[in-house]
Design a protein around this ligand. Structure first.
Ligand SMILES: [Zn+2]
Length: 101
């Protein structure tokens, strides 16, 4: 057969004109493999990021994504409070570092 490619997943020779291996279904096209790997990596990173994010931030994100006007207003208020809270928190951490240092 012409244009055969060796499957990087199962090692069998398969039809190179196809994008996926006829035996195991794994992608055999280099660009497609790179794309699928990137998709898996992105999904993993997104999952990790969401796990690291605390509940408050998740709540804020949900509000931000909402189309309702009062949700947008609430998001604005909460975001401002959160920003001030983080600023105060950073200030105290800095203050403690200065005093103890
Ligand atoms: Zn295969």
């Amino acid at each position: 057969m012409l244009n055969e490619k060796k499957c990087p997943s199962c090692g069998k020779w398969t039809d190179g004109s196809k994008t996926h291996c006829a035996f195991c279904g794994a992608p055999i096209d280099a660009a497609l493999i790179a794309r699928e790997q990137k998709k898996v990596r992105d999904a993993e990173e997104e999952k990790k990021r969401l796990a690291e994010e605390n509940r408050f931030e998740r709540y804020l994100r949900k509000l931000q994504a909402s189309e309702k006007t009062h949700h947008k207003i609430l998001f604005g208020i909460l975001n401002a409070i959160f920003t001030v809270y983080m600023a105060v928190l950073s200030f105290f951490i800095w203050l403690i570092a200065i005093i103890s240092g």
